[in-house]
Ligand binder design. Structure first.
Ligand code: PMP
Length: 449
């Protein structure tokens, strides 16, 4: 099929490159990606300077580069970097790697790392539309998710979220002023029947404004610790197909589910036969949060728009971090990586068990909770207290215990909320016991008030 420019319905595109790549994929995929894009996304334009960098890939020795304004690396104060690993091995960054790590780099990411990440995605998710997908390194998953929201949402557009929802996702969304379909959770996350009912209601409303996107955290969710089973994932994917939604799969806890890797339910990316899933992975919880290395995988046309955003916001992600992660993955190999994530699973499962023991010792009768199947959070409902906000914020510190009130995880934080989130990642079992004892005393005091 040949496609000409007049077949594009969207009128706001000013970026020709994106325009044509969208066209191509739009018809190939049967997904009309242009209809999902916000006005801001439509105004993004490529950097001519970044574009010239393509001539720096395998340049001829006689090329005289008078292009982009890179600083002269001979003037950087670093000569060599060697990093010791916990297992006694040492990563030594070669001169070449150091040059890449200290200089501006390609917006999509450090090329060797991008290759490794693509192999990783193929191994874990074998995306059905892999040949039409792409991958971008982002500055943490937070950066990827917020850029995706900005790409998709204009003020007043509807977005589907779970209730409760990751608090920082709510912060990202707040600035975009969307309207929310907040879908109730149970102990497997978003409830499909409620999702379907809310979408049906929206479709039958006078406005008939349908959401464009659905955001969820499928594994070891933040804040509830719930993991969605395979049947539910398939059901939600089918609903997204029916209502033509883009799914934003934010999955930083994938490797922190306590299940063996082969028992983790299939990701939405691996179910995605249409090209409607953007998946966000992160090294924050499995390698280091400070390196700020994460990646987004999904349909190439949408990633092309996100790449323009990255180009204008950060030029490229932290190159030094990317070189380090790449070298670490190379040093470990697939086996070493699996050994590392298996150790993490055991560590966090033991933390979870210690937290459950502390909670049942001190909070039985005061709080209810579901047992998290992964991750680092225990989601507590306080039985006899109407609103945990004032209790924690005004009096928690006097009892030497701080956790996050449930109101941080809902759209309308002014409503009373009986929940709270306790993180058990960085405390010892003794501290957990003490913390839960202090919390019990705080709750009793609050009930008596
Ligand atoms: N999404 C969720 C659900 C999270 O819990 C977090 C970390 N708090 C992030 C995204 C951010 O991760 P990163 O450090 O990769 O930006």
């Amino acid at each position: 099929m040949t496609v000409n420019k007049s077949q594009v319905t969207s009128v706001f595109w000013i970026c020709e490159d994106v325009h044509y790549s969208l066209l191509k994929h739009q018809y190939y995929n049967r997904m009309n990606y242009s209809k999902y894009l916000s006005k801001v996304a439509g105004r993004r334009k490529p950097s001519g300077i970044s574009d010239m960098r393509k001539y720096l890939v395998n340049p001829s020795p006689s090329l005289v580069w008078l292009g982009s304004g890179m600083p002269n690396p001979t003037q950087f104060p670093f000569r060599e970097v060697t990093v010791g690993l916990n297992d006694g091995e040492v990563l030594h960054l070669s001169q070449d790697m150091l040059s890449s790590g200290l200089q501006y780099g390609p917006t999509p990411g450090y090329a060797p790392l991008v290759t490794q990440l693509k192999a990783m995605v193929e191994r874990h998710h074998s995306p059905p539309r892999w040949s039409e997908s792409n991958l971008l390194v982002t500055v943490g998953a937070q950066d990827g998710v917020s850029k995706a929201f900005e790409m998709l949402l204009d003020p007043g557009d509807y977005v589907v979220i779970s209730d409760p929802c990751y608090s920082d996702a709510l912060c990202m969304l707040a600035s975009l002023a969307p309207q929310y379909l907040a879908i109730e959770n149970d102990d497997e996350g978003m409830v499909p029947a409620n999702l379907r009912a809310a979408l049906k209601l929206a479709a039958n409303s006078e406005e008939k404004r349908m959401p464009k996107a659905l955001y969820l955290v499928p594994n070891a969710s933040n804040p509830t610790g719930t993991t969605m089973g395979e049947v539910r994932r398939r059901e939600i994917y089918a609903i997204a197909q029916e209502y033509d939604l883009i799914i934003l799969e934010d999955d930083p806890y994938y490797f922190l589910t306590y299940e063996e890797e082969q028992n983790i339910p299939p990701s939405f990316l691996s179910l995605d036969i249409d090209g409607r899933v953007l998946r966000f992975d992160s090294f924050s919880k499995i390698v280091s949060a400070g390196l700020r290395v994460a990646f987004v995988t999904g349909p190439a046309p949408l990633l092309a728009v996100m790449e323009l955003h990255l180009q204008s916001s950060v030029i490229c992600g932290p190159m030094f971090s990317q070189v380090l992660v790449s070298e670490l993955l190379r040093e470990w190999g697939e086996e070493g990586f699996s050994r590392h994530t298996a150790k993490l699973r055991i560590f966090y499962k033991n933390q979870r068990d210690a937290m459950l023991l502390a909670a049942s010792t001190h909070l039985t009768g005061l709080c209810e909770w579901t047992v998290p199947k992964g991750g680092i959070f225990l989601w507590l409902k306080v039985v006899g207290v109407k609103d945990t906000g004032p209790m924690i914020i005004e009096r928690g510190i006097t009892k030497n215990v701080i956790l996050i009130p449930g109101k941080e995880f809902v759209v309308d934080s002014s409503k009373p909320n009986q929940f709270m989130r306790a993180a058990f990642s960085c405390v010892t079992p003794e501290q957990m016991m003490k913390g839960m004892e202090n919390l019990a005393s705080l709750i009793r005091e609050e009930i008596a008030l």
